[in-house]
Ligand binder design. Sequence first.
Ligand code: NDP
Length: 252
Amino acid sequence: TSRPLSGRVAVVTGASSGIGAASAEHLAALGARVVVLARRADRLEQLVARINENGGQAGALPLDVTDQAAVQAAADRVAAEFGGADLLFNNAGIMLPAPIEERAGEQWQHQIDLNITGLMNAIGAFTPQLVKAAEQHGVADLINTSSIAAQNIYPNFAVYSATKAYVTHLSRHLRVELGPKNVRVSAIEPGIVGTELQSHVTDDGALAWLAGAKETIEWLTPEDVAQTVGFVASLPARVNLQQVTVMPTAQA
Ligand code: NDP
């Protein structure tokens, strides 16, 4: 039976939990062979086992996306073992809000290293495969996880929001560069999604803000965002959703 993503090879970063894990499962259910990347090998193995049990095909390559050489080595393995990626869901990220005056330099650097440099490492390593796949099959997808924080202003989220503004703006530029080569570039901008993302937050004010939001808003699930990713990738080759904002209904 032919499914929307049959024959395609999807690489998902940040696939060991949350949005990445749900998207890997969904892309596999839509017919793609999926390669999952993150640091926690045990989580990736469980995910691969789940996908395989459900009749999908998946492989895990544990790595730290901030390690450029490791990401390139993973891309080389995807080329050798899967024939190259035609979909990159570039999704690994971390959110560490805090007032700027706290000068949480390590947390600033962590967000910049992962949300920007890690994202770029994957783009650098996999874009040649996307371009080649688009030449051969007429379409490929680079889908970057941005955030509604790229658009809206949230107190104490300055550094995180700026990394996501980078992701959205970069995506718009790359879309113009790669679209003529049949590589669709999309930025997904979710509102608040219940994942492990919130568990890394250390700032008391931000934790209180999140707790309040949890009481007043029904948050999105990772599966809700996975549906969006699957939809974007399943459209006819001529259709490119440039920027998709997915919000909880009750979130302002
Ligand atoms: P999770 O914390 O559940 O997922 C983050 C993923 O990134 C994990 O798989 C984690 O795996 C991986 N990761 C972290 N550091 C690295 C690293 N150095 N190398 C490789 N992988 C890494 O959160 P979400 O699913 O919510 O986050 C996914 C994306 O969605 C992020 O970019 C986030 O900014 C964005 N987003 C989330 C929203 C939300 O409300 N949840 C809203 C808008 C955007 P591991 O630790 O095993 O490496």
